[in-house]
Design a protein around this ligand. Structure first.
Ligand code: SAM
Length: 100
């Protein structure tokens, strides 16, 4: 059986863990920004999309849009959804719209 409780969001509903405080960390903490950017890069690698062809992607759990920023930088279009209004409310300035 997988061990529970190691990831903070296992302690309660994600919309409670990903609150204003957590959202602030995503926007200000350079380590957090680096991790999200690297994870988005790895996700693109795994998707193995056709080269030099912009794709339209769905970012489930898009949070503050840091991962989406990476997708845009790589030339893709994307739309994101997230369960946390606080994360959506702290969207990266380069994202065009957020509806918490
Ligand atoms: C590790 S964070 C990823 C943040 C995001 N990649 C970014 O760039 O800010 C995980 C995100 O998934 C969201 N999430 C968790 N469970 C979800 C669910 N069931 N449906 C939608 N979003 C969810 C959380 O609210 C949180 O914003």
């Amino acid at each position: 059986m997988a061990s529970r409780g190691h990831r903070p969001e296992h302690g309660g509903p994600p919309e409670l863990f990903y609150n204003k405080n957590e959202a602030r960390k995503y926007m200000r903490n350079s380590r957090m920004i680096d991790v999200q950017t690297k994870m988005a890069g790895r996700a693109l690698e795994l998707l193995d999309l056709p080269e030099d062809k912009p794709c339209f992607l769905l970012d489930v759990g898009c949070g503050t849009g840091l991962s989406g920023d990476y997708l845009s930088d790589e030339g893709h279009y994307w739309v994101g959804i997230d369960i946390s209004p606080d994360m959506l409310g702290s969207w990266s300035p380069s994202c065009s719209a957020a509806v918490p």
